[in-house]
Design a protein. Sequence first.
Length: 467
Amino acid sequence: MLREKNNGRLPRIMLAAPSSGSGKTLITCGLLQALVNRGIHVISFKCGPDYIDPMFHRKVIGTPSRNLDPFFTDGETTRYLFARQARRAELSVMEGVMGFYDGLGGVTVRASSWDLAQVTDTPVILVVNARGMSLSVLALIRGFLESAPGQAGNSRIRGVILNQATASVYTMLKKEIESQLPVRALGYVPRLEDGVIESRHLGLVTPGEIRNLKERLSRLAGTLEQTLDIDGILRLAGEAPELSAPVPEKLQNLIRKEPVRIAVARDEAFCFYYEDNLELLRRLGAEIVEFSPLHDEALPGQTQGFLIGGGYPELYAETLSRNVSMLASIREAAADGMPYLAECGGFMYLQQTMEDMEGRSWPVAGVLPGHVKKTDRLGRFGYITLTAKTPQIFGEPGAQIRAHEFHYFDCSHNGDAFHAQKPVGKRNWDCMAAGENFAAGFPHLYYYSNPEFPERFVEACRKYGAV
């Protein structure tokens, strides 16, 4: 049913939905667990700039989940990044983002789940929340089949799963769906007692915060074994066409020089990282050593550079502030000229003070001159292209990289080393603090959109270590 490893077909499917809140993440995790239970070597991907859903995937399959994003990377690079990981497994499962056709600015399909399905030539299973519907489900599915841009039949939707449906309703609708529409009904998911993943201000809570998550996923997988046509899903994945995914020219000349030791913050407060970003650093020679600003006393020994990503520092502001030895270690390293990158939560942590969720202000690292305050809404939300305005660690003025912002906090000193431009519309602003040995700001960078950025960072760390 599935290929042997390293065969070129790369069996794959995408789970997409008409809208957010349709049950994609829960069903994706349950399906992944059911596949793992069957002994299938599966790998997962998330469409779009999402950190938390891949954490749930990772909790199930035990290996890092990856992001695929047609805004961050061109088609050739997106296919390469997919195939590079997919070749290591028997089956790939992609989870879509938002509604199936929802792309940049809400007015284009670019960077939507549909766009990713097109770029990777992936069969799609549409997850439809059927609660409160019967035959209206057919009209909804037909609308998605007929709404794809371009030629008819270009939606890639080949199957459907009905969420929050009963066995009797599904049995009736399966016959109608398959007799009237060119898709397969691949099962249903009943309403589940513990079928909700809690949310907070930046989205879902992280897997480590959910009590008995593995047990809940195990129960969900057992249910899906009974209610989904998993054999049919595997057959559909096996029908995916061969995918050409050569190494893009811009990645052919990446040179791994002598190792360089880079410390990466990873704990409850700092957990937002693209796995492909970390992998690219390793390909460039980085030996990544994790540390905890919450629990450790200092940066790891022999560190030549450090990276502090995003996360939830506002939930741990008091503990971070009271870890004075770590704050001193980071402050001294930065003052000594050690190269560093900081994104969003990491940027907040490096300021003079930072507010927590209750609006209380706490002294933090003091590497940067700003004060971070909580706001009541998302600030500068969404995709951006960053263009360097000044010479700094990433290169000369004009150098570009793609990124996104997603935060409820703001800073009195956001920096002006880069200019941010939204991909749709006219909105733009200056952002990020940067110099010859550092870059820090609210944007989350995607390294594969311009590999010269991480290459320059690693080289700066290497030079610092050689002094």
